[in-house]
Ligand binder design. Structure first.
Ligand SMILES: *Cc1c(COP(=O)(O)O)cnc(C)c1O
Length: 403
């Protein structure tokens, strides 16, 4: 390890150690390239954890946010404003439910799931089921929904009622639900588990959950904080598989880097919140909504939906064609891709990738997550794939040298 840079030193001196010292200090970004404080450039294959869907410095976002700041800044939710009304209308339209659909804007993914949790309580029922190894955020409610004992344990007691079942195990869920369906409020799942290592369920899994939950009047809540907003090729990963969840949460990519979260609810759940049920000072603020509208305008105008599918296929098929012995499995949808390694050398791969000029994230010690900006070009995909054998080789040797 090289010695700490000035930014890393400053971080160590002033910041709570909730993340461990950041691996790089970044100072600039343009398109799919970011630059560190030493002037080294990287191809960004993580995009701020699936957030910067239009890359860095996208002119549409700069223009929309600048115009908005020159027009109307913060308002609070005592007032409605054009960017918020417009964004809500297009989310409702994109969701395409035949039932009344309503939106609540907030500021992050955890907060969106916190709201979904509160909606579930308003059913009057208590039990909630969610995936083991799933991730829904770090606030107390969203942490309770997060199926990772290690993350929850120091913060017990959690809000009550949450139980966990294995990913993609419909029979296990059904058995849990049928112990007391009348008191089951909600099933909340990620359509593809992101943080858990890009876990893709069987094709009929969401539909089976929809059928079960509909049968017992249970809310089906899809956490699309990571899979939504075209990350997986469609606005909603769940809707693309033919199901209409009662509640969907969005955040990460929705405003291309500006803080925003959104909860969509359709059918009865759309009417659960009444004045006083929930609130937020910043949620639905004008510049985040303006950025969200710019993101959706750009994705539609540039047909990025098709592009995301093509680039995802290109990455997965060309990496598979290399037949690398260290690659055990390649999976994903659109530009949310998991590369499972035969050895748990993820952190070494991150470092070797940085050395080679790529930002890659190991979601798990043995799974790399590839989530570049949705605007990434075919040439950039090819560059990344071409660098893969050398990166894995360097990581393998670095890991061997350390053990
Ligand atoms: C990132 C993420 C969250 C938490 O979002 P924050 O904005 O970090 O609070 C929740 N759910 C999923 C699926 C996520 O990927």
């Amino acid at each position: 390890m090289t010695s700490a840079s000035p930014l890393q030193q400053s971080w160590t001196n002033t910041m709570m150690n909730a993340y461990g010292t950041p691996v790089l200090g970044l100072v600039r970004g343009k398109g799919c390239i970011v630059e560190d404080e030493n002037g080294k450039e990287y191809l960004d294959l993580l995009s701020g954890i699936a957030v910067n869907c239009l890359g860095h410095q996208h002119p549409a976002i700069i223009e929309a946010v600048t115009d908005q700041l020159h027009t109307l800044g913060h308002t609070s939710n005592f007032f409605v404003h054009p960017p918020e009304a417009h964004l809500a209308e297009r989310l409702v339209t994109a969701f395409g439910s035949d039932q009344p659909t309503r939106v609540f804007f907030c500021n992050s993914g955890a907060e969106a799931n916190e709201i979904a949790f509160k909606l579930s309580r308003l059913t009057g029922r208590r039990r909630i089921f969610t995936h083991l190894d799933g991730f829904h955020g770090r606030t107390m409610g969203s942490l309770a929904l997060t199926g990772q004992e290690k993350k929850r344990a120091p913060f017990e007691p959690m809000p009550a009622g949450v139980e966990y079942f294995p990913f993609n195990d419909f029979a296990a869920l059904q058995a849990l639900v049928e112990k007391d369906p009348e008191n089951t409020a909600a099933v909340i799942i990620e359509p593809i588990m992101g943080e858990a290592g890009v876990m893709v369920p069987d094709d009929d899994y969401l539909q089976k959950i929809r059928d079960l939950t509909s049968h017992y009047g249970i809310l089906m809540i899809c956490d699309e904080v990571q899979t939504g907003v075209y990350r997986t090729g469609d606005m909603f990963c769940s809707r693309a598989q033919g199901v209409v969840p009662d509640v969907v949460t969005l955040a990460k990519g929705l405003a291309g880097g500006f803080p925003i979260g959104a909860v969509l609810a359709t059918g009865p759940a759309a009417g659960f919140f009444q004045p006083g049920s929930h609130g937020t000072t910043f949620g639905g603020n004008p510049y985040s909504c303006a950025a969200g509208n710019a993101v959706l305008d750009t994705i539609e105008a540039e047909k990025l939906s098709d592009h995301v599918r093509e680039m995802g296929e290109r990455f997965m098929s060309s990496l598979a064609a290399l037949h690398l012995p260290l690659v055990a499995e390649i999976r994903g949808r659109g530009l949310l891709i998991g590369v499972e390694l035969a050895e748990a050398i993820g952190p070494f791969v991150e470092q070797a990738a940085r050395d080679a000029g790529f930002i890659i994230n190991a979601a798990r010690p043995n799974v790399l997550r590839i989530a570049p900006p949705l605007i990434i070009s075919g040439e950039q995909i090819d560059q990344a794939v071409a660098a893969f054998p050398g990166i894995l080789d360097a990581a393998f040797h670095a890991a061997a040298a350390q053990s």
